[in-house]
Design a protein around this ligand. Structure first.
Ligand SMILES: C[S@@+](CC[C@H](N)C(=O)[O-])C[C@H]1O[C@@H](n2cnc3c(N)ncnc32)[C@H](O)[C@@H]1O
Length: 306
């Protein structure tokens, strides 16, 4: 996850990648991912889960939809808090691993195959059925987030919420490198660690490792924050909470240039969006007005696209 290693940092426009290509990598990584993630790795347990818990504030009896559930560790955590969880992923191998792990306390989890880039599949989940939708550390793995964003106002109850986490678009992408500098400051050797960002504005596709040692590099879809959030704003959602958790120094020791050596730099970002515009024709009009007549799928003038 935040230990991501990329194999390309070029700012070339990237050719489109199909959801099937993306899925193949996850099918090949499912066993490794499940063994390493278990019921949560340090990044999940120390950064992602506490922020998700605060932003989601799940209540017993709520009906939750999880998108891209992986081995189901978050779904089991949510069910243990009394939520009824429908947990989905487009990798059958990942779902198989999730089902093999025994449910803990709480209502049984319904695991379903679902490609979150498929608008019809998303619609088939039903309207107004969920108190909340959660997508943990997966939007950056999706070839497009537009279908999910467009589906959310319909999937959610009127006062529902969508909580997501991603590798931080500014600091943890294929355009960013962790660096260590040493300087002789008048006889005192000083060391500085940080992140060097050489590309951010242009959406890019790169292959990389979510976990070091995984058998198959997977695709990452890097989007600047404005591009990541734009489809949700276009769908009538508003961002009402944002967290940028960091490791404390030495919190997750392991690698010399790991994220716990950069306590000022957040490797992940966790956010909450809520529908603010009623679903249906009124929303369309408002969205079009806000875009000054542009269709939501058209890029803003002057924007470079990967
Ligand atoms: C980094 S893992 C995160 C898994 C889990 N949410 C967690 O936090 O442990 C990314 C997951 O996204 C899933 N995924 C990627 N693209 C998807 C898509 N288009 N639809 C559904 N699942 C997808 C992968 O199969 C994989 O399980």
């Amino acid at each position: 996850m935040p230990g991501r290693r990329r194999t390309s940092t070029d700012a070339r426009p990237s050719p489109p990648v199909s959801s099937d290509e993306v899925r193949r990598a996850w099918e090949g990584n499912a066993a490794f991912w499940d063994e390493r993630m278990g019921e949560g790795n340090p990044t999940h347990l120390r950064l992602v889960l506490p922020a998700t818990e605060r932003l989601l504030a799940v209540r017993p009896g709520e009906r939750l939809l999880e998108i891209a559930c992986g081995n189901g560790q978050l779904a089991r955590w949510l069910a243990a808090r009394g939520a009824t969880v429908v947990a989905t992923d487009f990798s059958e191998a990942m779902l198989e691993r999730a089902r093999r792990r025994r449910d803990g306390p709480g209502p049984p989890i319904e695991y379903r195959p679902l490609d979150a880039t498929d608008p019809a599949a998303l619609r088939s989940l039903g309207a107004g059925r969920f108190s909340a939708v959660v997508c943990s550390m997966a939007l950056m793995d999706m070839s497009t987030v537009e279908p999910l964003a467009a589906a959310l106002p319909e999937l959610l109850e009127e006062d529902g919420r969508f909580v997501f986490s991603v590798t931080h678009p500014s600091f943890n992408s294929s355009g960013a490198r962790r660096v260590r500098e040493e300087e002789d400051d008048g006889g005192t050797i000083r060391e500085r660690r940080g992140v060097f960002v050489s590309r951010y504005a242009t959406p890019a596709v790169a292959k990389g490792l979510a976990m070091i040692g995984q058998p198959v590099p997977q695709f990452y879809f890097d989007r600047p924050l404005s591009e990541l959030l734009r489809p949700f704003f276009d769908a009538g959602m508003a961002l009402d909470a944002l967290e940028e958790p960091t490791f404390a120094p030495g919190d997750a020791p392991g690698r010399a240039m790991g994220w716990s050596e950069l306590p000022e730099i957040p490797p992940v970002l966790v956010g909450r969006l809520r529908p603010v515009v009623p679903h249906g024709p009124a929303r369309q009009a408002t969205s079009a007005e806000r875009l000054g007549g542009r269709s939501p799928s058209q890029p803003a003038p002057g924007r470079r696209r990967g």
